[in-house]
Design a protein around this ligand. Structure first.
Ligand code: FAD
Ligand code: NAP
Length: 310
């Protein structure tokens, strides 16, 4: 029986593990992949305090060292569900059941798919969701980046170091990305924009992507845009399936908490990008991890108080 089981080793979960273990709690951190979460798919991070700029995988390793420094144990596992037994909780993975007095859900998000023909069949053969993983395969090639948010525009800039041309295809005529990121993209000679446009189909030969069918949403006209690859950044979806049956998510699947990261179930906390909130950043994930790590300590202290008469 652990004092706390943290699900997900992104920046939120790793910070919660650091805070809880430093308070002398026994902590199990369960992760289905490499520690770091979405930071592993990020090239340069330049808005994390203390660093002018740092590569996502490097910050991931630094946070992991911190998370496990005070004794938190890390195990591989894909969590299927969390079961509430009031005074203790069960965390069920594909082959094990762990018990904890409390649980912190830090499962974050996953990239949303476009849902067009060719997206699945050309995944890994020209369709990618991770510039830092796949960008180097596209030296001197033409790329399309789909989306107009921070991810699309920032990763488009990153891709210009490899590609001959990066065309941002956005469904509106104004970007959603932060102004500082937009300005950098507008000033980059290798970046072009196709406004008011959506991808209807991704095309290619048996081996690789050769182009995409694009529709102008204002005129209704379609054309084939030749390209060697597409990087898709059209937003995020919460990874909250393991807690869906607990009734702590909203209709879209985002987990609801109060400002102390408590869900409506005592002893179950949620932090990071999987929460319903407005700013999904490493700094906010880390801040929430700190709050939850401390709140778990409070919760377990309160559980120790035996009610009078017992
Ligand atoms: P995540 O980072 O999503 O981590 C969640 C972890 O939980 C993952 O490791 C996942 O494998 C694990 N997990 C999920 N489900 C399960 C399960 N069932 N069982 C076990 N493990 C599970 N933010 C910035 O501040 N600056 C930036 O420059 C920046 N750039 C970005 C660039 C891109 C391309 C993207 C996609 C995001 C970027 N962000 C940036 C946002 C930032 O990465 C996220 O806000 C942050 O990583 C959220 O942290 P998290 O711990 O909540 O979730
Ligand atoms: P996002 O902010 O939700 O943006 C998604 C973009 O994709 C929007 O421009 C949206 O268009 C477009 N889109 C959505 N569905 C589409 C579809 N079906 N077809 C075509 N286009 C579609 O997602 P994100 O850029 O991945 O960012 C996610 C979070 O991470 C944000 O909170 C962001 O701030 C954060 N982040 C931060 C940084 C940073 O701080 N440097 C970097 C990356 C990400 P509309 O604009 O028309 O809605």
């Amino acid at each position: 029986m652990y004092d706390v089981i943290v699900i997900g080793a992104g920046p939120a979960g790793m910070t919660a593990a650091l805070y809880a273990s430093r308070s002398n709690l026994s902590v199990l951190l369960i992760e289905r992949g490499a520690p770091g979460g979405q930071m592993n798919n990020t090239a340069e991070i330049e808005n994390y305090p203390g660093f002018d700029t740092i590569m996502g995988p490097e910050l991931s390793m630094k946070m992991y060292e911190g998370a496990t420094r005070f004794g938190a144990k890390n195990e591989y596992g894909i969590v299927q569900k969390v079961v509430d037994h009031d005074t203790y909780k069960e965390v069920v993975t594909e082959d094990k059941i762990y018990q904890g007095k409390s649980v912190i859900v830090a499962t974050g998000c996953v990239h949303r798919k476009l849902g067009v023909p060719g997206e699945e069949s050309f995944a890994g053969r020209g369709v990618s969701y991770c510039a830092v993983c796949d960008g180097a395969f596209f030296r001197n090639k033409k790329l399309l980046v789909i989306g107009g948010g921070d991810s699309a525009v920032e990763e488009a800039i990153y891709l210009t170091q490899f590609a001959s041309e990066v065309m941002i295809v956005h469904r509106r005529d104004a970007l959603r990305a932060q102004k500082v990121i937009q300005d950098r993209a507008f000033a980059n000679d290798k970046i072009t924009f196709m406004w008011d446009s959506v991808v209807e189909e991704i095309q290619g030969n048996e081996m690789v992507v050769t182009g995409a069918k694009i529709k102008n949403v204002k005129t209704g006209e379609t054309h084939i845009e030749d390209c060697n690859g597409l990087f898709i950044y059209v937003g995020l979806e919460p990874l909250s399936e393991p807690v869906k049956a607990l009734g702590i998510t909203n209709e879209a699947g985002w987990i609801l908490t109060d400002d102390q990261m408590r869900t409506t179930i005592p002893g179950i906390f949620a932090i990071g990008d999987g929460r319903e909130k407005t700013l999904r950043q490493i700094t906010t994930a880390v801040g929430e991890g700190g709050i939850a790590g401390q709140q778990v300590f409070q919760y377990l202290e309160e559980q120790k108080v035996v009610p009078q008469g017992e």
